[in-house]
Design a protein around this ligand. Structure first.
Ligand SMILES: [Mg+2]
Length: 446
């Protein structure tokens, strides 16, 4: 009898990060970093045990609404429980298509927003489980698939005017000869990272300068600052950061969708003398022509993607020449399969992928996608960096390891997605002790 998925648990997990202003930016002044978290379970066979037989996945949110996300994941239960445990590219392609093509659930998007993110959490949990069955970290599991298997994972619907399956196959075949050598180099050197930890908008100037200098000492060659609150403050903060790190360290800036096009052009023209490396999310993530206008209207390169809903919007950003950097997010689109489509699109257009990370567990997940991209898709880490934020890693069983400003390649099987059981228990909302204690304090204060 084949092994099946026997259980499907969903948790609403929240961390009270708003108390420290960690993660604060111009659009999101008080986030409580949260995860709508799913665990797929199986019955052990052949001596497998414990966490080897669970698949973990999640969506990242910033607090309120995490219960909506959890309910959306719950709506996918019938697709998963009783299904044979996914092991192959064909299994993972079938699951991805079924979850994103359900005609009734698709109405809620289509292929965007809460339901699409929920599909991503379940797809990623299935990848975690399949990679564990194969005894490989996800980056390696992917990088050992044939070009034909990788192409079979992608839903090419709406993409073929920009990228056909044959073109994707050609990209993957061209990268095939160097795979082993690059995997070796990746294990030896790690993948380049940059840090956002110095730049949260709620931090004082002193804290910004101290953390910027520390980032350089720690080996980072790029940092990032949040902007978009007040222009005078941003000019002062960027000048301080530039003075703190010197001319050779890249400083990216991130407006988190704060501006209309004209504001973005005005603001970035004022910040340009301090040599920002990119302007991230200058305007609405849906506004392809707006990004193109920002790119044309001022001298700083444009990056976006963490809120881009799906592969179709990425396709248009690339077709319109609207971005210099593609910022995939592991938990926004429908999982590994859709991110593979986006990596292939970026490779076709020759645009570097610099993932969004941070939040809860996003660094842990997305490192696998960039590492796979380096080994088997673009074949390059030139001009590519993965975001790193030093928050909440202690809650994960296989946390990200940063050495001298680079992500160490994970070696444990799976997607590095498993949160520690004690962290889940403590942070469940609203019944976990972390939240119960806050409720009691609020009641006492009244
Ligand atoms: Mg950002």
């Amino acid at each position: 009898m084949s092994q099946t998925v026997t259980d499907f648990e969903v948790h609403d997990i929240r961390f009270p990060t708003s108390e420290q202003l960690d993660g604060s930016d111009a659009m999101n002044p008080d986030p409580d970093y949260s995860a709508a978290y799913v665990v797929l379970s199986t019955v052990p066979v052949d001596g497998a045990h414990g966490t080897d037989i669970e698949g973990h996945g999640f969506c990242f949110t910033i607090g309120r609404g995490n219960e909506v996300m959890a309910a959306a994941i719950e709506a996918l239960r019938p697709y998963v429980v009783g299904r044979p445990v996914p092991r192959t590219a064909a299994d993972l392609a079938a699951l991805h298509r079924e979850l994103t093509h359900d005609s009734q659930l698709r109405w809620l998007g289509p292929e965007k927003g809460v339901m699409h993110m929920a599909a991503g959490a379940v797809v990623n949990a299935a990848w975690d489980l399949a990679a564990k069955q194969a005894g490989r970290p996800v980056w390696q599991f992917l990088a050992e698939m044939t070009p034909e298997e990788l192409v079979s994972l992608v839903d090419f619907r709406y993409l073929t005017d920009a990228l056909t399956p044959d073109e994707a196959l050609a990209i993957l075949r061209a990268a095939e000869p160097g795979r082993a050598e690059r995997a070796e180099r990746l294990r030896a050197e790690g993948y380049p990272a940059y840090t956002t930890s110095p730049g949260w908008l709620g931090y004082t100037d002193d804290k910004l300068v101290r953390l910027a200098k520390e980032a350089v000492v720690d080996g980072f060659t790029q940092i990032k600052l949040k902007v978009g609150g007040n222009l005078g403050d941003d000019v002062r903060r960027l000048a301080l950061a530039r003075e703190a790190v010197g001319p050779d360290i890249r400083i990216a800036v991130d407006a988190n969708q704060r501006w209309d096009v004209a504001d973005a052009v005005k603001w970035m023209t004022a910040l340009a003398p301090y040599d920002p490396h990119w302007i991230e999310e200058p305007t609405s993530p849906d506004d392809i022509l707006g990004h193109a206008a920002v790119r044309a209207g001022q001298p700083v390169k444009v990056a976006t993607g963490e809120h881009v809903a799906n592969r179709v919007v990425f396709k248009q950003l690339l077709q319109a020449g609207a971005v210099d950097f593609v910022q995939i997010d592991a938990a926004r689109v429908a999982g590994v399969n859709e991110n593979l489509a986006i990596l292939l699109l970026a490779a076709k257009y020759g645009v570097p992928v610099c993932p969004h990370a941070g939040g809860v567990g996003l660094c842990e997940l997305v490192q696998h996608l960039s590492m796979f991209d380096y080994v088997a898709v673009s074949g390059s880490w030139e001009n590519r960096v993965i975001e790193y934020v030093d928050h909440l890693h202690e809650h994960f069983a296989d946390p990200t390891v940063i050495e001298s400003g680079r992500y160490a390649a994970p070696s444990s099987p799976g997607f590095s997605a498993r949160m520690l059981p004690e962290s889940i228990a403590a942070h469940r909302y609203p019944e976990g002790p972390v939240w119960q204690a806050r409720r009691t304090t609020e009641e006492d204060d009244r």
